[in-house]
Design a protein around this ligand. Structure first.
Ligand code: PMP
Length: 423
């Protein structure tokens, strides 16, 4: 069977299994462009729609159960029904929404976040990781008086901060300098070339959407050295990677950024973002200061997110629990890679975050794929979905707190079946 035939077989099976999702898609397209309000969720022939989740399981509109290995692109670390978090949200609901003023929740969550991440003395909350990055970059530009920002090809910092080979058409118009994640010397040269105009270097210490590719220790150490030397701020986007250790990936790699951005699971599964860092820098947002920078957001301190975030960090996410999730992830990645390697594929990542690549090595998302590699990605995605496993179409997999060893074994067996059937 050719690769194209194999993909066709799995896509047809997918379409046959999910008539309700197909109907929903047709209806959605009448009121939203392409039936969609979050582009990443679209795929042909139509996206899979879910109606319910529990622990790390999801049920589709057609009533099939899926093991959730997407975990809402890392925001779903607690799973769909963590009792402590649901109770905290119910309790908050009972006391009323949207006070239009400060409440006693945001300082509690702020203390928890500042106490957790070495690079964060002071923090501010947003509604998304995208906003957190926008505000961190605004701070860098305002405090340095410079306009250029160095980012990496394949980096993802939000819908309006997306970088393939260059900025996407909807990326905000900062003066971007594009570097390669796997080129320490080239990046050093770029920083030196733009030294006097560089406001910040923004980096994910492991590319998340870009393929779960960890940065080398040399790259991160070099960035710390060179940004300090030229007076630019080093900003770690830990929206995804903060879950890789209790103090974030920054605590593991031993590099302290000037600013850190956060999001995803830290809001307990509700809309969330945060940016924080050195007290002297964050002080620019102190509204009692003359000329302070303005940071707005109706829902920045919304009581549901604050309550869910506090409950999660205070009562659920102990260091032991987080370490266990990441150890389970390491075991899963090793087991998947043992299936992948003989078939000429590779599974990259760290801890609870990983990506299946259609080649024997990691491919950063900005690099072009051959037609065969595109087909292999499709085949792995539809093959696993048809076998009851939900993952990102780009091959990204996450392990959440309620993910069990049996679920991981099931995923490895399904991947083995896909590989044995088609490769
Ligand atoms: N930064 C990184 C590293 C991300 O992975 C994401 C989301 N996938 C974002 C920023 C944007 O976060 P949000 O979707 O909450 O705006």
């Amino acid at each position: 069977m050719t690769l194209a035939d194999a993909v066709r077989t799995e896509v047809e099976r997918y379409a046959d299994r999910n008539p309700s999702s197909a109907e929903r898609h047709e209806r959605a397209a009448k009121s939203m462009p392409g039936g969609n309000t979050r582009s990443i969720l679209h795929f042909e022939p139509f996206p899979l729609a879910f109606e319910r989740g529990e622990d790390a399981w999801l049920w589709s509109l057609d009533g099939d159960r899926y093991a959730d290995f997407l975990g809402e692109y890392t925001a779903g670390l607690y799973g769909h029904s963590q009792a402590v978090i649901l109770d905290a949200v119910r309790d908050a609901l009972g006391r009323g929404l949207s006070f239009g003023s400060v409440n006693d929740l945001e300082p509690r969550l702020a203390e928890l976040v500042c106490g957790r991440f070495p690079g964060i003395d002071l923090v501010r909350f947003t509604n998304s990781g995208t906003e957190a990055n926008l505000m961190a970059l605004a701070l860098a530009v305002a405090t340095t008086g410079r306009r250029r920002i160095l980012v990496f090809r394949g980096g993802y910092h939000g819908g309006v901060l997306t970088f393939g080979d260059g900025p996407s058409p909807v990326t905000v118009p900062h003066e971007w300098v594009l570097a390669d994640y796997d080129d320490v010397d080239g990046t050093r040269a770029l920083i030196r070339e733009h030294a006097t105009q560089l406001a910040a270097v923004l980096i994910e210490p492991m590319l998340g959407s870009g393929g779960c590719v960890p940065a080398s220790d040399e790259l991160l150490a070099m960035l710390r050295e060179e940004t300090t030397a030229c007076g630019a701020l080093l900003v770690f986007d830990e929206v995804m990677t903060s879950r890789l250790a209790p103090g974030g990936l920054q605590s593991v790699v031993g590099v302290r950024p000037d600013l850190t951005t956060l999001g995803k699971y830290l809001g307990g599964g509700l809309s969330f973002g945060a940016f924080g860092g050195r007290a002297d820098l964050m002080a620019a947002y102190d509204p009692s200061r003359p000329g302070a920078l303005f940071h707005a957001g109706t829902f920045n301190n919304n009581v549901l997110t604050m309550s869910a975030g506090i409950a999660g960090l205070e009562q659920v996410l102990t260091d032991d629990v987080l370490d266990a999730v990441n150890e389970r992830g390491d075991r899963l990645r090793a087991a998947l890679d043992a299936v992948a390697a003989p078939a000429g594929l590779h599974v990259s990542g760290r801890g609870s975050l990983m990506t299946i690549h259609p080649a024997p090595h990691p491919i950063i998302a900005s690099k072009p794929l051959s037609d065969d590699q595109v087909a292999v990605k499709e085949l792995v995605f539809f093959g696993l979905v048809n076998r009851g496993f939900w993952l990102a179409r780009r091959g990204m997999i996450t392990v959440s707190i309620p993910t069990t060893d049996a679920m991981c074994d099931g995923l490895v067996a399904a991947f083995d079946d896909v590989v044995a059937t088609y490769f």
